[in-house]
Design a protein. Sequence first.
Length: 216
Amino acid sequence: ACLPALTTLYVNDNLLELVPRKRQVEQIFEVEEEKQVPLERWPFLSELWIQKNKIDSQMETTATALGEFPRLKKIRFDHNPCAARLGSRTVRSAFIARMPRLTIANKSEVRSRERSDADREYLLFAHKVITEQGWTDEAQIAQEFPRWEELVSEWGRPTASVGAQGTSISESAFELTIRPVGTAKKPVTKKLPFDGNFCFKVAHPTAFRINLQTNP
């Protein structure tokens, strides 16, 4: 690989659509070569900046690929289309779950509770896919979900009833709209991760109207 001692890489403001995994070739996604991060792996890479690119539908693939870098602990991935479509917190959770060594995401520390929540959501999603596809081959499961065995050992295998609730990234978000009352300010809508439980506190409840919408 070129630049084998590389520790920090800045590829902001490009047209990158994904970081491919080791096993992938560009024909799988029909993505032009100049829109990919090179396939070489840098064993000492510890910090990566991929802001303001075109990462969207291949976000989960990109996050899984970045988890293959053995020393990658810091990443900036904001201002990509996936954040606008899914919500920045949902995307952040996806990266955290697929990058077990990640400690800093978008200049913010990855806290233990945040990682636990992300890991369990990943486990439920993986279980849902594995069940629907009828996969039994451990090698195939490990290829698609590299952290499956690790997280099953930590959290246990999801039951059939719990696994049925596992959803894709886009399905596991709920939409929160805050509408200021009595002012000309515009409503604010955000997509946030949803695992069946949530709580929030409003300092002045009479000043806002809150609408929640989850996918059926």
